[in-house]
Design a protein around this ligand. Structure first.
Ligand SMILES: CC(C)(COP(=O)(O)OP(=O)(O)OC[C@H]1O[C@@H](n2cnc3c(N)ncnc32)[C@H](O)[C@@H]1OP(=O)(O)O)[C@@H](O)C(=O)NCCC(=O)NCCS
Length: 348
């Protein structure tokens, strides 16, 4: 009898435990599901995952504040964002661990990937509107200066474009961008068809997800006659700033134009890096680029300097005669063009 009661009691306890466990299991699965659904909703409504171009203020050894550039790749799990950021110029990198607060602010930490570096600190970013841009501040301990440093910190979205050689069927699209950004017929219809077919020239395009051209760049190998044609009366001045001028094999990064709505997303830099790979294959030892400056702003300065170009000369009213002879309209000053040319060199 006693045995029967005990086994009945034990059986009902076991059943209770099992149903308790099942209930707890179902609750765990349900709360996990709810958490997962909330995470997914946040990821859909406030997508932060992806690649970014970032810039941040940093202090040099001499105390000067400079703008550093870095890439960042972020992963998102609901409100929790992790990722890695790497400097463009020296490849130093940091882990980022931040949380989305009130659907707008991103607050968290960064820490160096290199134990010998040891820099660590805080990040505060404000996500304004739907542009995907994040603006804010960083502050942290820098073991090199043994100080707390801080500065502005900005993130811009980056979607890598498809790069394609310019083909004749895309020449009209490319010409429209070149015309808008550099002046109508600064690069002529005839020029573009030549660049498309010449083996010692490279005309490349960046294509968006709809298959439309969003940027164009033109590069070519040049000899001393081309140099003479390009610089004319300034040739001697140019010779002086290039050590071993007559021994160099020159490439010219001639033109680059990015459609207005795609500017500032890394497209120009990607085309420039592609061109540099091509120049390397052509065995160019020095690459020259003429960067246009208007009202003190040189648009290509950032991208050229980020890959190592150095400005060696400034030539005022450089395109004055050329624009008068050819009649093109400079987008900044019309015709004749009174803009300054910044002459940049990159020597391998
Ligand atoms: C100049 C021009 C070609 C630049 O193209 P762009 O696609 O806007 O340039 P990017 O987006 O690559 O670079 C913009 C900035 O982001 C930076 N950047 C690029 N890639 C980056 C990256 N991976 N991480 C962080 N920063 C990056 C660049 O260094 C540049 O810095 P800056 O703000 O100091 O200038 C474009 O503005 C243009 O077409 N201008 C009109 C025509 C012109 O002036 N052409 C040059 C004379 S031939």
């Amino acid at each position: 009898m006693l045995g029967f009661v005990t086994s009945g009691f034990t059986g009902s306890v076991t059943a209770d435990i099992i149903s308790g466990l099942v209930g707890a299991g179902i609750l765990t699965v349900l709360s996990g599901l709810v958490r997962w659904m909330i995470q997914k909703r946040t990821e859909r409504q406030i997508p932060l995952k992806g690649q970014y171009l970032t810039s941040y203020e940093d202090r040099e050894g001499d105390g000067q504040i400079i703008k550093r550039k870095a890439t960042a790749t972020l992963k998102q799990r609901g409100q929790h964002i992790t990722g890695v950021t790497s400097n463009l110029d020296d490849n130093r990198s940091w882990n980022i661990d931040i949380n989305l607060v009130r659907d707008r602010y991103l607050i968290g930490t960064y820490s160096s990937n290199d134990k010998a570096d040891g820099s660590i600190g805080m990040i505060f970013l404000d996500r304004r509107g739907d542009t995907g841009e994040l603006h804010g501040l960083w502050a942290g301990y820098d073991p090199h200066s043994n100080q707390i440093e801080s500065g502005h910190y900005n993130f811009r979205r980056f979607t890598p474009p498809t790069i394609a050689i310019l083909t004749p069927d895309r020449a009209r699209e490319a010409m429209a961008i070149l015309g808008r950004e550099l002046g109508d017929q600064y690069v002529t219809d005839h020029d573009i068809m030549e660049y498309v077919s010449r083996p010692d020239a490279l005309a490349e395009t960046a294509i968006n997800t709809d298959g439309r051209v969003m940027a164009v760049s033109i590069s070519e190998m040049i000899d001393i006659e081309d140099f003479q044609g390009l610089f004319g009366q300034h040739l001697d001045a140019v010779r002086k700033v290039v050590p071993g001028f007559s021994l160099q094999t020159f490439g010219l990064f001639k033109s680059i134009a990015v459609s207005e709505r795609y500017k500032g997303r890394g497209v120009g830099t990607i085309l420039l890096r592609q061109a540099l790979n091509w120049f390397e294959k052509q065995k160019a030892t020095t690459i020259v680029s003429l960067a246009w400056e208007s009202d003190g702003v040189c648009f290509a300065q950032g991208i050229l300097e980020s890959v190592g170009f150095e400005r060696k000369l400034r030539l005022e009213r450089f395109w004055y005669e050329d624009s008068t002879a050819k009649g093109y309209q400079c987008p900044s000053c019309g015709n004749p063009c009174i803009c300054t040319a910044n002459i940049y060199f990159l020597t391998s």
